[in-house]
Design a protein around this ligand. Structure first.
Ligand code: GLA
Length: 412
């Protein structure tokens, strides 16, 4: 069966395509091109907004933004999809979702970052012209929107001399933490998706060759070497291509369930639950028990997996346990958190049956992508098995990516 692999653009290709679109649209050359990656989360799902730990890596797939500041406060935005109709916005009129001046579509992610930087005291900013060219699969649960926000954040940072981002080789981590907050504000308030900080942190603060152990209680990070290739392993990403949107109600409902469970348990966040048994007894509704059980058990699994990675190479029992933790994570997201779907479950089951050490959905769920930890030499075979299972179930063919931990947002 012919497989569809979604290749990443090289830095040169991405720069060139974005700059070309800029020049064709606006009739002059951009100041420069900045970019930011999508991510996969190895484990630690739906725990960021509960103060728990996550373990993302940055993908080689990036959003590229060719950018030039303007003398006025106008924003003109173009992407290959909107070539014919450039979005024009006024920086003085942008307003949160539901208010006059709200911004719809992808322009919300870009303009929202400028808005958030000004709200956070980093203004007044110039208006700008910007052309976007992204190879992060859209709606793939791989943080395509965070990639836009973070590319925008580092572009404005450098062009306006804010001094927050540093460079890709010498990132300013404290400054990037501020940019994460601004990118998240853009997503929460201007785009109207009430997400936690996992995606933006991954895009801005990951390092190439490493996984990022992120503690969402205080947003502190630790970089953990994650070189699967040298260990004969690979992380296969299966983009189900099933519809996926975080701005719809389900994500918000899960958050609300967690907040209600925390309230009933008298803790600030579910990360503070120490005794799962006692918490189960104390909650009133089965639904809240299930949500809480996922969060508390996922936090324990994530901590365990991070410790195993620190212990040494993924081989023997260590590899088996890591795989089992990933499997348990998926099962808990499917059964207790109820954010999986048929396409994700079929991908995960087929990958496991084909010999993956572990497989799970990644990201918000309801479509999007799954990941499978496999022997490097079995990558193709595993992808074939998943594609076969999709075809047998009458599902549209999935797309595949090999996740190699890559560079954070900046100028490549
Ligand atoms: C989405 C959100 C993140 C996080 C994940 C689930 O990707 O943007 O903040 O909550 O879902 O782990």
């Amino acid at each position: 069966m012919e497989l569809s692999w979604s290749a990443a653009l090289s830095a040169e290709e991405g720069r060139e395509l974005a700059a070309q679109l800029f020049e064709e649209t606006f009739g002059y050359q951009p100041q420069d091109v900045w970019s930011a990656p999508g991510r996969v989360n190895v484990i630690g799902e739906h725990v960021d907004y509960n103060g728990g730990p996550c373990l993302p890596i940055a993908l080689p797939h990036r959003a590229f933004i060719a950018y030039a500041p303007r003398e006025d406060r106008l924003l003109r935005l173009v992407s290959p999809q909107t070539r014919e109709a450039v979005d024009e916005l006024d920086l003085d009129r942008i307003a949160p979702r539901g208010c006059e001046g709200e911004v719809s579509g992808w322009a919300a992610y870009l303009s929202g970052v400028a808005w958030a930087l000004e709200k956070s005291g980093y203004g007044p900013l110039h208006g700008f012209d910007a052309a976007l060219y992204s190879c992060v699969p859209r709606g793939g649960g791989l943080s395509s929107s965070a990639a836009l926000e973070c590319a925008m954040a580092v572009a404005i940072d450098e062009a306006e001399g804010l001094g927050l981002a540093g460079s890709v080789s010498e990132p300013n981590d404290a400054g990037r933490t501020i940019l994460v907050e601004c990118a998240r504000m853009a997503e929460n308030q201007i785009a109207g998706a009430n997400t936690g900080g996992l995606d933006q942190t991954a895009s801005l603060r990951c390092l190439s060759g490493h996984a990022l152990a992120l503690d969402c209680r205080d947003m502190s990070v630790e970089h953990i070497p994650f070189d699967l290739e040298s260990q004969g392993l690979a992380l296969l990403v299966i983009d189900t291509r099933a519809a996926h949107s975080l701005a719809d109600g389900q994500y918000g409902q899960r958050r609300a369930d967690c907040e209600e469970a925390a309230r009933q348990l008298g803790v600030e966040q579910l990360v503070d639950v120490e005794d799962l048994e006692a918490a189960t007894q104390a909650l009133s509704e089965e639904r809240l028990i299930k949500r809480m059980r996922h969060v508390v058990s996922e936090i324990a699994r994530t901590r365990a997996l991070i410790e195993l990675l620190k212990e040494g190479p993924l081989e023997g029992d260590r590899l088996k346990v890591v795989g089992a933790l990933m499997n348990d994570s998926h099962d808990s997201l499917r059964d207790d958190y109820e954010v999986s779907c048929l396409e994700l479950d079929v991908a995960v089951e087929a990958a496991r049956a084909a010999g993956a050490y572990g497989a799970r959905m990644t990201g918000g769920g309801f479509g999007g992508s799954a990941i499978a930890l496999v022997d490097r030499e079995r990558l193709e075979e595993t992808a074939q098995a998943v594609a076969q299972a999709y075809s047998e179930r009458g599902l549209d063919a999935p797309a595949f990516i090999v996740a190699v931990p890559s560079a954070p947002a900046g100028k490549l």
